[in-house]
Design a binder for this molecule. Structure first.
Ligand SMILES: Cc1cc2nc3c(=O)[nH]c(=O)nc-3n(C[C@H](O)[C@H](O)[C@H](O)COP(=O)(O)OP(=O)(O)OC[C@H]3O[C@@H](n4cnc5c(N)ncnc54)[C@H](O)[C@@H]3O)c2cc1C
Length: 317
C-alpha cells in the first residue's frame, strides 16, 4: 500500500509511531525507515519558454534544477531544452508546445510563469484543457510536430495521417448510415434505452450514454459487418470523437480564445510603472517575470484579471 502524503523524512522512531497510527497498521513492523532527499534549484521564472536562461544566453536548464521532481518531468524538459538549443544554433524558430497541445506545454508554462515553492510534479489537474490533452489522441496531436523536427519517422507520420483519414471517413459514414426502428427497437430495451421513433443515424445513436459501437454491432448485422473492416484503434478514436464532440469543440473554442491573448505582445523593457492603476503586487510580479505577451501575463500567479484588463486597455492604445 502506498500511503500518499505520508512523510518519510522524520527520525526513525517518529516514523514508526506515525505508521502505527494509520488505521489497520497498528501492529505493523517496519523493516527499513524511509528517507528524504534534499536539493536546491534555480527559480524557473528566470527562464524563457524555450528553457533558455534569460540572464545567460545559450544556457538551457532542464529537470530538477528547475524545481521539478520526477523522471517524466526531467525527461520532457531535457527533450525540449535539447530541441531548442539545437534550433537556436541552426537559426530555426523556437519549438514551443502550447498548454492546449501537450502536458509539456502546461509544465513549462507553469514553471516559468508561476515558479514553484516546492517540488513540482505534473498532475493532470494542472491542465485546464484536459478534454483536448487525452492519452488516446497523443499520436494525432504530436506526431506531425515530431516528424517536422526530424524525430518521428516518415512511416510513423504516414500511419497517423492514415489513421486520421480513416477516423474522419468512419465518422462521416456513421452519420449517413441510418437504423430503422423496425430493425432495432426490439433489441434496444436490453441496453436500457428508449425505442426509436424514426430512422436514426448510427452517429446519433452513439450519443446516447447507454450505447457505444459495441452495442451498435449487436443491434444491426449490417453495421456489424461494416465496422469489422476497421481496426480497433480507429473504432475507439471515432467513438470518442463522436461521443464527446460537443465538449471537445467547446474546449477547443476556449483554447483559441485564450490563445488570442498570447498574440498581444508586450516589450520586455515595457515600463509597468507608468500604469498607475496596476496593483502593487501585479506590478512587482510583471517587472520580475517580464512576460512576452498578455496571455503569459495572465498566467502569472498574483497578477489578477482586473490588472490584465488594465494592461489590455493600455496595450490597445
Ligand atoms: C531515491 C529516489 C527515488 C526516486 N524515485 C522516483 C520515482 O519513483 N519516480 C519518479 O518519477 N521520480 C523519482 N525520483 C526523482 C527523479 O529521480 C529525479 O527527479 C530526476 O532523476 C531528476 O533528473 P535530472 O536530470 O533533473 O537530475 P539528475 O538525474 O540528478 O541528473 C543530474 C546529473 O548532473 C550531473 N552533475 C552534477 N553536477 C555536475 C557537474 N558539475 N558537472 C557535470 N555533471 C554534473 C550529476 O552527476 C547527474 O548525473 C527519485 C529520486 C530519488 C533520489
Amino acid at each position: 500500500m502506498y500511503v500518499n502524503g505520508f512523510s518519510t523524512s522524520l527520525p526513525e522512531e517518529t516514523q514508526y509511531k506515525a505508521l502505527t497510527r494509520v488505521p489497520g497498521f497498528e501492529h505493523a513492523k517496519m523493516f527499513r525507515p524511509g528517507y528524504a532527499i534534499e536539493y536546491d534549484y534555480f527559480p524557473p521564472t528566470q527562464l524563457k519558454l524555450t528553457l533558455e536562461t534569460k540572464l545567460v544566453e545559450n544556457l538551457y536548464f532542464a529537470g530538477q534544477i528547475n524545481g521539478t521532481t520526477g523522471y517524466e518531468e526531467a525527461g520532457s524538459q531535457g527533450l525540449m531544452a535539447g530541441i531548442n538549443a539545437h534550433n537556436k544554433i541552426h537559426n530555426i524558430k523556437p519549438f514551443i508546445l502550447k498548454r492546449s497541445e501537450a502536458y509539456i506545454g502546461v509544465l513549462i508554462d507553469d514553471l516559468i510563469n508561476k515558479g514553484t515553492d516546492e517540488p513540482y510534479r505534473m498532475f493532470t489537474s494542472r491542465a485546464e484543457f484536459r478534454i483536448l490533452l487525452r492519452q488516446d489522441n497523443a499520436d494525432l496531436r504530436l506526431t506531425e510536430k515530431g516528424y517536422d523536427l526530424g524525430l518521428a519517422s516518415e512511416e510513423r507520420l504516414k500511419n497517423v495521417v492514415e489513421k486520421k483519414q480513416h477516423v474522419e471517413k468512419l465518422i462521416r459514414e456513421l452519420n449517413e448510415k441510418k437504423l430503422r426502428p423496425a430493425i432495432v427497437n426490439d433489441k434496444l430495451p436490453q441496453f436500457n434505452t428508449t425505442p426509436l421513433k424514426e430512422g436514426t443515424s448510427v452517429k446519433k445513436l452513439i450519443l446516447r450514454p447507454e450505447i457505444g459501437l459495441n452495442e451498435v454491432r449487436q443491434l444491426s448485422e449490417d453495421v456489424n459487418k461494416y465496422l469489422a473492416e476497421y481496426d480497433r484503434e480507429i473504432l475507439e478514436q471515432a467513438e470518442i470523437q463522436i461521443k464527446y464532440e460537443t465538449y471537445i469543440d467547446k474546449e477547443h473554442q476556449l483554447a483559441i480564445k485564450m490563445e488570442s491573448l498570447d498574440l498581444k505582445k508586450i516589450d520586455t523593457d515595457f515600463d509597468y510603472d507608468i500604469i498607475k492603476a496596476l496593483s502593487a503586487e501585479s506590478r512587482e510580479k510583471l517587472k520580475s517575470i517580464r512576460p512576452l505577451n498578455l496571455g503569459q501575463a495572465s498566467r502569472i500567479s498574483g497578477v489578477n484579471p482586473a490588472d490584465i484588463s488594465v494592461l489590455m486597455v493600455y496595450l490597445n492604445k
